[in-house]
Design a protein around this ligand. Structure first.
Ligand code: ADP
Ligand code: MG
Ligand code: ZN
Length: 477
């Protein structure tokens, strides 16, 4: 009988904080921009320049720590992590090793066996590196320091996860917690949230951990799931054939669906950490913690509870809507503008999710305004437009945030409510289609569908199909 294995997984998650300026200088953190335009002597590591901590970074880090049940380190400091690589202009990264800002927390995740607590070892603050662009044409590597000095927090979990599903649940919980706090948009595909997966396998029942590898370059939940599956199988195969797993950093190749060794794992001592002498130690006051606690928003679990009490919408909808701060805000704002909750939820769960999926967009990318959705719902309720037109207008709102009132007016999409016109069209259609009329009168209910379709066509789709059906029935009775 073959042996039973289980996986042991711990994550190191980097999150780019949503500050306007970098961690130690006043340069912009905006994504993109011409290379090396968001730079200054500090973030390009010029000799003699001095870093100054951006207070907002500290506040976001503490907010995330409090929301993940961490202890806040009252006296903390920064350390230099020394390594030589061209994306790192100082030849060291300013990070925290000895006294990270948050420690000993936990995140509760929902699994198929109920709530499980994943412990957080620490959260530390650090700066991001620049970006290397390898240009084959010129046979050269170019560097862009716009990202250098963008603030990051690194959230290090204990090796508490046992399956890919638990990893995804943990990441989703972290992501929506941080999004709710407004501390980051946490987009995996743009790199504002990046997860390194540490994975080992062991025989079920074993008390000790196996040797782990660390996988980098995972930029979607899809690739994380696949990487975990691929790497656990690779490790089990090694053990089964009597070989051993080597502790190393591996790179996941999403297209080839396999990982390959990048470098052997380095230890803390390889980085020759030492306290950064250019930055003063940080002392976190009670007042600071209290002011951050006072600003903590309603988190997802509380929101879910409140939605259940306040709105008559299915639990399934509540789960999806509250999983994204942006969707939840959109929902609440639209409802506050007078639209019926169930209808708002239908537009979100239906057309919105459909278009997001089609365009491979994240809910955080939605840019239309709640007031336009509210107006659309009101226009449908008032039967000013029919449901087919409403869907067409919604697409315009979704992509271009058009004002539905103006758009419907301009394109002449208003429902034709003119009774005389409906009567005239219905009469004409009945006259032109005697066979359908006979069929209908002889009991073939379905035959009316054809007559409705013909009438709608004559009315250029702008009538209320219910009203048209009634008119036809009246004439044929
Ligand atoms: P290092 O300092 O070498 O990076 P850490 O102890 O900080 O190592 O652990 C890094 C990550 O690896 C943590 O998220 C931790 O939970 C995880 N980890 C540690 N040991 C194992 C193991 N045997 N199997 C899986 N994950 C592990
Ligand atoms: Mg580590
Ligand atoms: Zn700068």
């Amino acid at each position: 009988m073959s042996k039973q294995y289980e996986m042991v997984i711990g994550l190191e998650v980097h999150v780019e904080l949503a500050t306007k300026t970098k961690i130690f200088c006043g340069c912009s953190t905006a994504f993109g921009g011409e290379p090396n335009t968001h730079t200054c002597p500090v973030c390009t590591g010029m000799p003699g320049s001095l870093p100054v901590l951006n207070k907002q970074v500290l506040e976001y880090a503490i907010a995330v720590g409090l929301a993940t049940n961490c202890e806040i380190t009252r006296n903390c400091k920064f350390d230099r992590k020394n390594y030589f690589y061209p994306d790192n202009p100082q030849n060291y990264q300013i990070s925290q090793l000895y006294l990270p800002i948050c420690r000993n927390g936990h995140v509760d995740i929902e699994t198929e066996n109920g709530i499980k607590s994943v412990r957080i070892h620490e959260i530390h603050m650090e700066e991001d590196a620049g970006k290397l662009i390898h240009d084959d044409w010129y046979d050269a590597s170019l560097v862009d320091y716009n990202r250098s000095g963008v603030p990051l927090i690194e959230i290090v979990s204990e090796p508490d996860m046992r399956s890919a599903e638990e990893v995804i649940a943990y990441l989703e919980t972290l992501r929506n917690t941080i999004q709710y706090l407004g501390a980051s948009d946490c987009k995996l595909n743009e790199g504002s949230m990046r997860a390194d997966v540490n994975l080992s396998v062991r025989e079920v029942g074993s008390e000790t951990f196996g040797t782990r590898t660390e996988m980098k370059n995972l930029n979607s939940f899809h690739s994380i799931m696949h990487a975990i599956k691929g790497e656990s199988e690779r490790q089990i195969d090694l053990l089964e054939s009597g070989e051993s797993v080597i502790q190393e950093t591996r790179r996941w190749d999403d297209t080839k669906e396999c990982s390959y060794a990048m470098r052997s794992k380095e230890d803390a001592q390889d980085y020759r950490y030492f306290p950064d002498p250019d930055l003063v130690p940080i002392s976190v006051s009670d007042e600071l913690i209290e002011s951050i606690l006072a600003k903590q928003p309603e988190m997802r679990l509380e929101k879910k509870k409140r939605y259940k009490e306040e709105f008559d919408i299915p639990e399934y909808d509540i789960n999806i809507i509250t999983n994204s701060k942006h969707l939840a805000d959109l929902f609440e704002e639209t409802v506050s503008l007078g639209a019926q909750p169930k209808k708002v939820s239908n537009w979100i769960m239906g057309e919105t999710l459909k278009l997001l999926k089609e365009k491979e967009m994240d809910p955080e990318d939605i840019s239309f305004s709640a007031s336009h959705l509210a107006d659309l719902i009101k226009m449908t309720d008032a039967k000013e437009i029919n449901s087919t037109v409403a869907k067409e207008v919604f697409e315009k709102i979704f992509f271009e945030d058009v004002d539905p009132k103006a758009y419907v007016e301009e394109k002449g999409l208003k429902t034709e409510n003119n009774e005389d016109l409906l009567l005239e069209v219905a009469k004409r259609v009945i006259e032109a289609n005697p066979q359908s009329v006979t069929d209908y009168k002889s009991g073939k209910e379905k035959a009316i569908g054809f007559l409705v379709g013909q009438s709608m066509r004559e009315l250029k789709g702008k009538a209320d199909p219910v009203a048209v059906t009634e008119m036809l029935k009246k004439l044929m009775s």
